[in-house]
Design a protein around this ligand. Structure first.
Ligand code: GNR
Ligand code: NI
Length: 179
């Protein structure tokens, strides 16, 4: 298990389309552990593999954000090769993204979704979700297609965010060079 660095937008790695997972092996099980650990360390409610530079169609979601706050019986979702089979309604949510730290923006997505995916045991699963869970599933799946929530914002807002992210990245690079 390891906490991985999360890529910051804009980064060409975040814009790539991720590849289907063919077999669930030790590498995939280790990736699931890393995604969960990295998500919890960053206080996120979801994380997609491409955010840590791994272009596989795999995401984790835990809308409770931490193991302490999660009701008993609920487990974090480890989702492999997700596909939406149904979307309905609309829901506008103020979204953030661990790859766009400190920024938020309103995004309108489907309000209710049905998704199929493969779990870590190789079983096909179907889940229905609404509210934050539906938002998070759609946000994470967008990452697998190289899409971030900033793409739903106005060009003006997106450009302001891009400037701040470039500044943040430059500052971090300076810190790393000094270390
Ligand atoms: O932690 C996260 N919070 C969040 C809040 C509103 C809508 C979507 C999200 S997902 C985000 C974690 C993340 O960036 N996943 O890719
Ligand atoms: Ni995100």
């Amino acid at each position: 298990m390891a906490i991985k660095d999360i890529l910051i937008w804009p980064d060409p790695e975040l814009a790539k389309v991720s590849e289907e997972v063919e077999t669930i092996d030790d590498e995939i099980r280790a990736l699931a552990e890393d995604l969960l650990e990295t998500m919890y360390a960053a206080d996120g409610v979801g994380l997609a593999a491409p955010q840590i530079g791994i272009h596989k169609r795999m995401v984790v979601v835990d809308i409770y954000g931490s193991e302490e706050d999660r009701p008993s019986g609920e487990e974090p979702l480890v989702i492999i090769n997700p596909k939406f089979v149904h979307k309905e309604g609309e829901l506008t949510w103020e979204e953030g993204c661990l790859s766009v730290p400190g920024e938020v923006g309103k995004v309108t997505r489907a309000g209710k979704v049905t998704m199929t995916y493969t779990d870590l045991d190789g079983n096909e699963q179907t889940i229905e979700a609404e509210g934050l869970k539906a938002v998070a599933l759609q946000h994470e799946c967008d990452h697998l297609d190289g899409k971030l929530f900033v793409e739903y914002l106005s060009r003006l807002k997106r450009n302001m965010i891009k400037k701040r992210m470039l500044k943040l990245k430059a500052e971090r690079e300076e810190e790393d060079a000094a270390a």
